[in-house]
Design a protein around this ligand. Sequence first.
Ligand code: CU
Length: 119
Amino acid sequence: MRHLIVLLALTLAVSFACGAEEEAASAQSSDEGTRIAIEVGSHGYTPASVTAEAGKPLTMVFERTTDEGCGDVLVIPSQDIRRDLPLNEEVAVTFTPTEAGELRFTCGMDMYDGAIVVQ
Ligand SMILES: [Cu+2]
């Protein structure tokens, strides 16, 4: 059941992602937590929404694939996380959400918008 929900959420996230061009979102969920790849393009994040479980580690692997736009810094305000995203390099960001709700992730100027839905 849990996997079905994650799958549904991902499907929705991908279909709503602005400018998504058949990007395959690869998410793996297990007792070890969730790991998901996120592409940072010229218009934002693909997928723009990810699902996680409270109390289990979430790893988001960001890869910025363009020098256009302003995705070179990733911020997760609620976790005090701020990372540089070098072009075409995978940067893994891991944290464990503690309670259900929605967290945001953004670019350094708070223009790109991403959501982490914690269940
Ligand atoms: Cu920006």
